[in-house]
Ligand binder design. Structure first.
Ligand code: MG
Length: 389
């Protein structure tokens, strides 16, 4: 029996994780946590019967307690509740499908409690990779990537089992693929008038709103470069972003003998989720298969960092290291929220990130508290900067 807890169970990755759990009777859901979607949480509790459930807001938790009063489930709330769900004694794996730096503390607590982490929360490694990776090693837990690209790299490395954790001498390069998003091929000039509705239309993947915008700006790819660096212990100059519009090759590893091993498949997040949950076992998964004859060809391009400066900024933040990736991430979060509220133009997202990075006083080796403080300062800075304009 595989016993799992999920942070962010009502979101896109969370609900797909539950689909995987539903299809695998030997997977038991012991705890769930979500932000504020009480209706969906009630449904999930009635179907999966977890021991405990957490809501971020106390108000939502109070509502949930009333709704599930007939069931034997403990309802918790806030950060304390998240920590309780993350470390619940009955679980073996914590799926971190929560969005934002809010995921850092529960992830650390779960690692300390000996849980393996099925990682879908990018911010954890981007901002605190220097804390998380050594801690996971010390506690003997695995960090299993759920992001499709990192899962593809992990699968390509798992071909030689001793490589699965990365740090292999035989890795020459990581080829991190990107669909290029809905605006691939456009010039900077052509991106000036992009509206929220255009940016929310992703050609291949169906995802949450924030990550869809991040895919269109290539900021998401930048965050993934940073994640890959920590997960696989590979230097930045050996991580190459490759634009591949068909999203069939989900990423690849180039070895020192020139061999490239890639993982291909139809774009379906259930595959990486299931692989992370049952690694090293590969199980049946229904759904569409790649039809190579129907595809005919796969194409590749260099990323255009002139039109999409978010990617170049991510490399710069990663090279600088310390607290800079936190600034990059927090400034982007705030800027994307402002864009979604139609308060700034599309190109303003990268401008605000660059501006916040330029103003930041670097902390070389930030603690978790430093990271959270830098996040708050960056949010404030981006908002104040905006109101002064
Ligand atoms: Mg991805």
């Amino acid at each position: 029996m595989k016993k799992i807890a999920i942070l962010g169970s009502t979101g896109s990755i969370g609900t797909q994780t539950l689909e995987v759990a539903r299809a695998n009777p030997d997977c038991q859901v012991v705890a769930l946590a979500a932000g504020s979607n009480v209706e969906k949480m009630e449904e999930q509790i009635r179907e999966f019967h977890p021991i405990a459930a957490g809501m971020w807001s106390e108000e939502a938790a109070a509502d949930l307690r009333v709704r599930v009063a007939d069931l034997d489930v403990k309802v918790v709330s806030g950060m304390e509740g998240l920590l309780e769900i993350a470390t619940i004694s009955q679980s073996q794996v914590l799926v971190t499908a929560i969005v934002g730096m809010i995921g850092i503390k529960p992830t650390i607590a779960a690692i300390k409690a000996g849980k393996d982490i099925a990682l879908a929360n990018k911010e954890t490694l981007v901002t605190a990779g220097h804390i998380i990776m050594p801690l996971a090693k010390e506690c003997g837990v695995s960090i299993l990537p759920v992001d499709s690209e990192h899962s593809a790299i992990f699968q390509s490395l798992s071909v030689n089992e001793e490589n699965a954790g990365g740090h292999s001498e035989s890795i020459e390069k990581i080829l991190l693929t990107a669909s290029g998003g809905p605006f691939r091929g456009r010039t900077r000039e052509q991106l000036k008038d992009i509206q929220v509705e255009d940016a929310l239309r992703h050609p291949n993947w169906s995802m949450g709103r924030k990550v869809t915008i991040d895919s269109s700006t290539l900021v998401n790819k930048g965050l993934e470069v940073m994640e890959a660096k920590w997960l696989f212990g590979v230097e930045l100059d050996r991580i190459q972003v490759v634009v591949h519009p068909q999203s069939i090759i989900h990423s690849a590893v180039q070895y020192t003998d020139g061999a490239i091993i890639a993982q291909m498949g139809t774009p379906d997040m259930k595959l990486p989720i299931q692989y992370a949950l049952f690694y090293p076992e590969r199980r049946y998964l229904g759904g569409k298969r790649v039809d190579l004859f129907a595809l005919g060809q796969l194409t590749f391009e260099r990323p255009d960092t002139d039109a999409f400066p978010g990617l170049a900024l991510a490399y710069r933040a990663a090279e600088t290291g310390g607290s800079m990736p936190t600034v990059f991430n927090a400034a982007n979060e705030k800027a994307v929220a402002l864009f979604l509220e139609k308060k700034i133009p599309y190109l303003g997202i990268a401008e605000l990130i660059a501006d916040a990075m330029g103003r930041h006083r670097l902390i070389a080796n930030p603690t978790v508290e430093d990271i959270l403080a830098v996040e708050r300062q960056t949010y404030e800075y981006v908002e104040e900067g905006l109101s002064c304009k």
